[in-house]
Design a protein around this ligand. Structure first.
Ligand SMILES: Nc1ccn([C@@H]2O[C@H](COP(=O)(O)OP(=O)(O)OP(=O)(O)O)[C@@H](O)[C@H]2O)c(=O)n1
Length: 403
């Protein structure tokens, strides 16, 4: 059992000592059964939020009315402990608006989205699986718990979650689950953009992207995603790309907007409610990609955009065109070979220039400085005081007449 489960085990033990039931539930159980790295560990219990707060010395009330309390261990690890509940209607990312506490684990599992997510595990690793989730995991199938339509009526985001899981895990949709999504796709319209964005990011980075893009189109869910309703064919073009190696949001979104040929990147990404910082980084990636597609990789570009952004844009380009001849190019080596990494490293400064220019000082000084910077980067002059002095004198002679 994973190390993190050991901490969770102690929480379950404490709850049991006080006469309550408690189980590991949700994604961590699913991922353990699949031998995948686990994310957050969730615990479901018969204890009420007030019981949980009484039993544990360190807790954070993140939504007692929804049944969820965060329990902090002595090592400050946090675990979400949630009272058995049923739910309907979510308006934010994580918490349903209305919940009803229920008495049994079975009732709690019955309200969950997919059979693979409706498996519980005792503290000793025994599986409780009333909806045959393990069998579906083995068959690589995503199946709603009970009647799919009812599960999607409780939370329409689940339709997108189904396709996101299919992409992440490379699973297929069970036919009734698929049909229910196709019939009810319009419900996705009511879901907040932030929740859709979080799902799409996971979907784009999944290993089963091709099948999932086809599902998005077949079920018509794509029509309820920001600015995508007229992008069906571009969206399908994405299926030839392999984005699962991109490990930042800005790289992923850059690949997305590039394939979709989005012109107003800021407007497009603002409609997906992405943070300004991510939007800026996407715009920089696209600027680099456009430049490279015209002129190839060059030192000046890497100097101007910086190492981190250049590496990221290169990753995006490789994800979009894995066969490109520059896929083996080492941006880091190009960066290392730059004679200077920024303006401050130029040994000839503004005061030196003014000394030479004397009376003739003017707005041209900035231009001269920029030319000098480029000449150093391209290696046509050395970054050496005596050499640069000579270079400046020549520049002044050449351009004197025009100033
Ligand atoms: N709309 C939702 C969201 C969540 N769940 C249930 O709550 C669990 C935890 O949800 P969440 O943390 O959002 O997802 P995970 O399944 O843990 O997967 P991931 O962390 O990859 O998102 C899910 O496994 C599922 O049992 C649900 O039934 N319906």
């Amino acid at each position: 059992m994973d190390k993190a489960f050991h901490q969770g085990m102690k929480i379950i033990e404490e709850l049991e000592k006080s006469g309550h039931e408690a189980y590991f539930v949700g994604g961590s159980v699913r991922d353990t059964l699949m031998n995948r790295a686990i994310g957050d560990i969730d615990i479901a219990t018969s204890a009420t939020p007030q019981d949980i707060q009484r039993i544990f010395p360190k807790t954070i009330d993140v939504g007692a009315e929804h049944g969820t309390i965060i329990v902090l261990t002595a090592e400050n690890e946090s675990f979400e402990v949630t009272t058995y509940r049923t739910e309907s209607q979510y308006s934010d990312n994580r918490r349903p608006d209305q919940v009803t506490f229920v008495k049994s684990l079975f009732e709690d599992l019955k309200r969950r989205d997919f059979t693979m997510n409706a498996i519980a595990m005792t503290k000793t690793g025994t599986i409780v699986d009333p909806f045959q989730g393990e069998k579906d995991i083995k068959r690589k199938i995503i199946r709603s718990v009970g009647i799919p339509r009812e599960r999607f009526q409780e939370d329409a985001l689940r339709m997108l979650r189904a396709i996101r899981f299919a992409s992440q895990l490379s699973f297929s949709l069970e036919s009734n689950t698929f049909l229910a999504i196709m019939n009810d796709h319009e419900r996705l319209h009511s879901i907040s953009v932030e929740r859709k964005t979080a799902e799409i990011e996971k979907l784009l980075a999944g290993i089963g992207l091709k099948y999932c893009l086809e599902l998005l189109v077949k079920t018509k869910l794509y029509k309820h995603l920001p600015e995508l309703s007229d992008k069906k064919s571009k969206l399908l073009e994405l299926s030839t790309k392999n984005l699962c190696n991109l490990n930042s949001r800005s790289a992923l979104w850059a690949a997305f907007v590039h394939v979709l040929e989005i012109e107003q990147i800021d407007d497009f990404l603002t409609s997906w409610k992405l943070p300004k910082k991510v939007i800026k980084a996407v715009e920089h990636n696209i600027a680099i990609i456009t430049n490279v597609q015209k002129y190839g990789w060059n030192k000046e570009l890497i100097y101007q955009m910086g190492l981190k952004q250049s590496i990221e844009a290169h990753e995006v380009l490789v994800a979009l065109n894995p066969d490109t001849e520059t896929s083996n190019l080492h941006i880091e080596n190009l960066y290392k070979s730059l004679p200077i990494k920024n303006k401050k490293e130029i040994v000839f400064n503004g005061h030196d220039l003014i000394k030479i220019a004397g009376e003739k000082r003017g707005k041209w000084i900035a231009e001269l400085y920029q030319d000098m910077e480029l000449a150093i980067i391209h290696g046509s002059t050395a970054n050496d005081r005596a050499v640069l002095k000579e270079w400046v004198e020549k520049w002044l002679q050449k351009y004197e007449k025009s100033y």
